[in-house]
Write a protein that binds this ligand. Structure first.
Ligand SMILES: *Cc1c(COP(=O)(O)O)cnc(C)c1O
Length: 460
């Protein structure tokens, strides 16, 4: 028997009750949270789609692994297992654990970047952009124009615009480009994948100009699944083979293991074969993250991460995972709700610019829809648009994002299809009253990564 969507390839052994507050209480809670969803208490949320980062459910094997934590300060068993597992999956000689993705960025970015330098990426994730800027450099996005058209099908909307990449390198001069960064999948473009062909071409350009290529690898397994199912010549290759080929094109990766490695905390740095670079990474890791063999994590965390890396590349798991996105997207199709199409790997990105066309970018349509979803059904999501992008670091002016998305990030192995139905129904109800929804004004904001802590107010 073959059904349209793949049912959960697991059964539930432990449950965590959730509750739904009345609408009246929700309205009060969001006002008290200064209309910033990051300030809400998680117990006041019914379905939490704020992030797929660190929110996944670990397996029985991972929990069993937690009991095998070797908490020695140096040289633990779990460290050895993690390094061996990661070496095998990525084909890189040197593996350095860190406590999460941004810690990897904090260690790596200053090695390659400084004042007067540039990083060019298919799209920088927000913390990646922050660490490029903290290092004193500037971050330039260079995604294919297909990504900007949310309605038309294109299999690899996460790709680097390689023609533009060459122009940018020539314009800013190769010696000033500290890094080329390939984010897989391309989170900010809607969890959109990068093709093997594009990775290869980008790698050839990087090589020609002698610029290192770094993979921002948070969702490497989902990207590999899209290559398998969408790119010619890869249908019969295993996820493992595809992952090995993907990483062969870069020299270094930084990874948040809180995504595809299905742990609640963790990160990795991988270096293909440059021993000198590894020495530098180790030197920086020790004062920032802790000794080389634990990198800001407990031994038990290293064990769960090693197991999660393997579970994350399991084809049955990936089929179910991407199937969840496809199911939710099919419900939105029926109702004519616009989203980044085709649906990405870890989330459905609602096109708030299209759903709320009366709200301009500087009044944050993606954020307005996120607040509305909480008011409607206690669902927490977030803006991936101008609100998240923030201000120009040189002029202080509000930047305009090419997208105004509200991101419905789906935690791994956590919610069922019925939960996704609640989400679809809430969006349908909001669509009916879309023109009554107001934009937002920022009352207070910090200098960088403002979306986490800014305070807002609806515009009357
Ligand atoms: C999550 C993420 C990061 C940062 O990782 P954290 O673990 O949240 O610090 C970097 N890049 C991408 C693409 C991400 O999705």
């Amino acid at each position: 028997m073959k059904s349209k969507y793949y049912a959960e390839p697991f059964k539930i052994k432990m449950v965590e009750p959730i509750k739904i507050l009345s609408e009246e209480v929700r309205l009060k809670k969001i006002e008290e949270a200064h209309y910033n969803l990051f300030y809400l208490d998680s117990e006041d949320i019914y379905i939490d789609l704020l992030s797929d980062s660190g929110t996944g459910a670990m397996s029985t094997e991972q929990w069993a692994g937690m009991m095998k934590g070797d908490e020695a300060y140096s040289g633990s068993k779990n460290y050895k297992k993690l390094v061996e597992t990661a070496q095998k999956i990525f084909g890189y000689k040197y593996i350095q654990p860190v406590h999460q993705g941004r810690a990897a960025e904090k260690v790596v970015m200053p090695i390659f970047l400084g004042p007067g330098k540039y990083a060019i990426s298919n799209m920088h994730f927000d913390t990646t952009r922050a660490h490029v800027e903290i290092a004193g450099a500037r971050a330039i996005d260079c995604v294919v124009s297909d990504a900007l058209d949310t309605e038309t099908y294109s299999p690899f909307k996460g790709n680097m615009d390689t023609k533009k990449l060459i122009e940018l390198i020539e314009k800013y001069r190769p010696e000033n480009i500290g890094l080329i960064i390939m984010t897989i999948t391309n989170n900010s473009a809607g969890g959109q994948p990068v093709s093997m062909e594009n990775l290869k071409e980008t790698s050839e350009i990087a090589k020609k100009y002698n610029i290192p290529l770094l993979i921002d690898a948070a969702r490497f397994a989902e990207n590999a699944y899209f290559i398998k199912t969408r790119e010619k010549g890869y249908e019969d290759k295993s996820i493992r083979e595809i992952v090995l080929e993907m990483f062969s094109y870069a020299q270094i990766f930084t990874m948040s293991s809180k995504k595809d490695a299905i742990v609640n905390m963790g990160g990795l740095i991988g270096i293909k074969d440059d021993e000198e670079l590894y020495e530098e990474v180790k030197l920086k890791t020790i004062p920032l993250e802790g000794f080389v063999s634990y990198g800001g994590l407990a031994g038990r965390d290293l064990e769960a991460l090693a197991i999660g890396l393997e579970e994350g590349i399991d084809i049955n798991y990936l089929r179910y995972r991407i199937g969840q996105m496809e199911y939710l997207a099919s419900r939105l199709d029926e109702a004519g709700i616009p989203y980044q199409y085709p649906v990405g790997g870890h989330a459905v990105f609602i096109d708030a610019k299209k759903l709320l066309p009366h709200i301009p970018y500087y009044e944050f349509p993606g954020h307005a829809l996120a607040v509305e979803l909480y008011k409607e059904a206690g669902i927490r999501t977030c803006d991936i648009g101008s609100y998240m992008l923030g201000n120009d670091p040189d002029t202080g002016e509000q930047l305009q994002s090419p997208f105004e998305f509200t991101r419905l990030a789906i935690p791994r192995r956590v919610y069922t299809q019925s939960h996704l139905d609640v989400v679809a129904d809430a969006l349908i109800a909001i669509k009916e009253r879309a023109e009554t929804i107001k934009g937002y004004k920022i009352l207070w904001e910090p200098k960088i990564l403002r979306h986490f802590t800014a305070k807002l107010k609806p515009i009357e």
